[in-house]
Design a protein around this ligand. Structure first.
Ligand code: HEC
Ligand code: HEC
Length: 235
């Protein structure tokens, strides 16, 4: 009987060793961020962090698709990011719930930038005075390049790329869409093109999928895609 208990104990000990070593592997490199007083901040990074830097390196690529102007937490301006800063710290630094799938988690470098910026008091301008310029806002146009850059890149390619869950439906080139067996783009006929049918608010399985939290396309984005197709869907 005693022997059995001993084996049980040894077994449990082994299991817990296994689990703890997995945990360590996953967190390697981020361990020093576990709690605020354990973090060592790099002075060079402290000097250069600014809203522009965080916006371009983290917010635009990894947050805005879900946190645009129709989401409940809008992260599109400095003022609104500032107003949510405690929550942002909680979900990115403490619990690491954000960004959510299908977007990839923050890598070590992004994590360090964001943690340092928050530690520095979320400055709008960098301490060292040299800020990076704000992103150029290029108006959306009815061309494939503009649609890809402004819409697909932010909201679709996270799933519609090789190795991702929707790789079977490719959105990389105009030809991918025109040649698709799903009739995704019928040049000159936007109303029957599968791409348009998939993004309309009336779509049965609307894209991007509702469960992801990615903000749906707005009416002017939908119009621009229809206009591109109506004009012949050129590259
Ligand atoms: C794929 C969509 C998606 C992405 C990408 C994403 N979020 Fe979220 N976020 C959500 C959804 C959905 C919620 C609300 C439900 C929840 O808390 O899970 C949310 C909630 C939040 C909240 C509020 C939490 C609370 O407790 O009220 C904050 C703050 C936040 N996200 C920040 C971020 C930041 C910062 C990023 C980028 C680093 C990010 N999110 C990326 C979908 C996303
Ligand atoms: C969370 C992942 C995800 C995101 C983000 C996403 N899609 Fe999809 N999409 C899918 C999946 C999964 C399918 C089904 C793929 C299959 O049938 O193999 C699909 C199918 C499609 C189809 C084919 C519909 C049909 O007729 O069968 C189109 C068109 C499409 N998506 C367009 C888009 C566009 C445009 C966006 C961005 C605005 C987008 N998707 C964003 C996952 C996604």
């Amino acid at each position: 009987m005693l022997k059995l208990e001993m084996y049980k104990l040894i077994f449990l000990f082994g299991i817990s060793l296994l689990i703890s070593s997995c945990g360590f592997r996953n967190d390697r490199g981020l361990l020093r961020f576990v709690s605020d007083n354990q973090i060592t901040y790099n002075q060079t990074i402290l000097n250069k962090v600014s809203y522009q830097l965080i916006n371009q390196r983290i917010l635009i690529p990894k947050c805005i698709s879900c946190h645009g102007d129709s989401g409940h937490v809008n992260l599109e301006t400095y003022a609104s990011v500032y107003s949510f800063i405690d929550k942002i710290k909680e979900v990115t630094i403490s619990t690491r719930k954000m960004p959510k799938s299908p977007y990839s988690a923050l890598n070590n470098e992004e994590f360090e930038l964001l943690a340092t910026w928050i530690h520095a008091g979320t400055p709008e301008k960098p301490l060292n005075g040299t800020d990076i310029p704000p992103p150029k806002i290029e108006p959306l146009e009815p061309t494939f390049l503009s649609i890809k850059k402004n819409i697909f890149q932010n909201k679709c390619l996270v799933c519609h790329s090789i190795g991702k869950e929707a790789e079977r439906v490719r959105l990389d080139t105009a030809d991918d869409l025109i040649n698709s067996p799903l009739d995704l783009v019928l040049p000159g006929n936007p109303d029957e093109s599968g791409l348009v049918l998939a993004i309309l608010p009336t779509a049965r399985k609307i894209m991007p999928p509702k469960k992801t939290g990615i903000v749906f396309l707005n009416p002017s984005e939908i119009e621009m895609i229809k206009e591109w197709i109506a004009n012949g869907a050129k590259d």
